[in-house]
Design a protein around this ligand. Structure first.
Ligand SMILES: [Zn+2]
Ligand SMILES: [Zn+2]
Length: 450
């Protein structure tokens, strides 16, 4: 249930009692608004979740990240599945799926699997465990901003849950061709995924950043907060119009001041460089979206996988694979692959073009819907890697020599590049640019009718 945002008050409110919406830059009062556990504070304009308090966030997140770290090695290095086809046996770990595509000369695809399914989840868990432990014990205050900042940057690049769905798709795909045995690594991977998904529900970023800031401002420690006690703004007005800018990483609101020559403005809380808007957002996002659209052609037209049966190779594109599922009656799995591999990349490219077009040509209708669409594009970005994980697993698990083998094909590299470009495009895009025309109109009206 959304909490009352109380944004109708016209008087100026001090900086400590307000924040700005990261989605549209409007100033929102945080006090005396009380947001109970299980509720959330929504932006009145773009419906972005501004505060979403979680109960016992530090203890629960610490327990889950520790659990994830404990099962991390078995989840990746112990046997995951074993395939038995007509007496021929093949088995694989998660690491094998990465090395299998690398050995087939698809080094870039292998590196992406290594990063998204192994390295980033490990770094994320380590950082989250370290920050939670630091907050719990009130230790290492100087290191916590750096650690939590990097956790926030890496959040969407860990794809353990996508990999788990990839394992399930592989199992369904091969269930009528081979006898499948679930090994210990499979159980460990299930626990690891549950722990990582669990942290998304227990972690209260707002609370973490506030506590990190408090710890760094503990008595006896020099205050590095340059926010100034006099800054004020009216809830409902654009933050930039009140000469306030927001850190894009930790969402701290700061009075804007010109940085010293040769220096950039940095956030006193997390240390990130702060800009009024992301620098070069439009140009970079356009470049990445156009690159993704061009790469989509070879990704969809070239074969992505090769199945060799008794020495006869048969190459198939993404669409061939989907048609195969529908023809064999596996409609559910066919729909999952269709959504992840065709619809999601298409939606991301078309959606971002629409948003860029509306900024470029000052189209400011349906901004709330456009903001919701952008958040959806951000959320679904990683799920396109599903097909790549399935192919990598099949490459590792279906290697029965002359009888039958599965290998990756050239579209795998192009498809991975499409996923990468669309994810970076969503990161480089600044949704506040969509609202700037409305923001400048509102500021002008306030100046004319104070
Ligand atoms: Zn908003
Ligand atoms: Zn910050």
């Amino acid at each position: 249930m959304p909490a009352n945002t109380n944004n109708s008050q016209a008087e100026q409110v001090p900086l400590r009692d307000i924040t700005a919406c990261p989605g549209c830059d409007v100033v929102v009062a945080t006090k005396p608004v009380s947001v109970p556990f299980g509720s959330h504070l929504l932006c009145p304009r773009c419906r972005h979740t501004i505060n979403d308090p979680r109960r016992n966030t530090v203890d629960r997140t610490l327990a889950l990240s520790l659990t994830g770290l404990l099962v991390f090695i078995p989840a990746h290095f112990m046997l995951l599945l074993q395939f038995d086809a007509m007496g021929l046996v093949d088995q694989a770990t998660v690491v094998d799926s990465m090395t299998a595509v690398m050995e087939q000369q698809y080094l870039f695809v292998g590196i992406m699997i290594l990063l998204s399914a192994i390295i980033v989840p490990l770094v994320k868990l380590t950082l989250l465990c370290g920050v939670s432990l630091g907050l719990r014990l009130k230790k290492f205050p100087r290191r916590l901003p750096f650690m939590f900042r990097w956790y926030c940057h890496l959040e969407e690049w860990g794809m353990t849950e996508v990999y788990l769905i990839g394992i399930l798709v592989t199992i369904i795909k091969m269930s009528h061709m081979a006898e499948i045995s679930y090994e210990k690594g499979f159980t460990a991977f299930l626990i690891l995924t549950a722990a990582l998904v669990g942290t998304a529900f227990t972690l209260d970023r707002h609370y973490y950043w506030n506590k990190i800031e408090e710890l760094n401002h503990a008595p006896g420690k020099p205050a590095n907060d340059a926010s100034g006690p006099t800054a004020r703004a009216v809830p409902g007005q654009p933050a930039l119009a009140a000469n306030l800018i927001q850190c894009h990483t930790c969402h701290k609101l700061l009075p804007f001041r010109d940085p010293e020559p040769g220096h950039e403005l940095t956030c006193p809380r997390c240390g990130a460089t702060v800009h009024k808007r992301k620098p070069g957002a439009l140009t970079v996002t356009w470049a990445l979206v156009i690159t993704a659209a061009i790469l989509s052609l070879p990704a969809n037209l070239l074969p992505i996988m090769e199945v060799s049966f008794l020495g006869t190779p048969d190459r198939s594109t993404i669409m061939d694979g989907i048609i195969y599922f529908f023809q064999t009656g596996s409609y559910g799995i066919g729909l999952v692959i269709l959504t992840a591999s065709i619809l999601v990349p298409l939606f991301k490219i078309v959606g971002l073009v629409l948003l860029l077009y509306s900024i470029q040509f000052n189209r400011w209708s349906h901004l709330t819907q456009k903001s919701i669409m952008f958040r959806f594009i951000e959320f679904i970005g990683r799920w396109s890697m599903l097909d790549i994980f399935v192919i990598a697993l099949l490459c590792a698990l279906v290697d029965f020599g002359f009888f039958t083998t599965i290998t990756a094909a050239p579209a795998a590299t192009f498809f991975t590049l499409v996923v990468l470009c669309t994810m970076f495009a969503a990161i480089s895009f600044d949704p506040r640019l969509m609202w700037d025309i409305v923001n400048s109109n509102e500021s002008r009206n306030r100046t004319l009718n104070p």
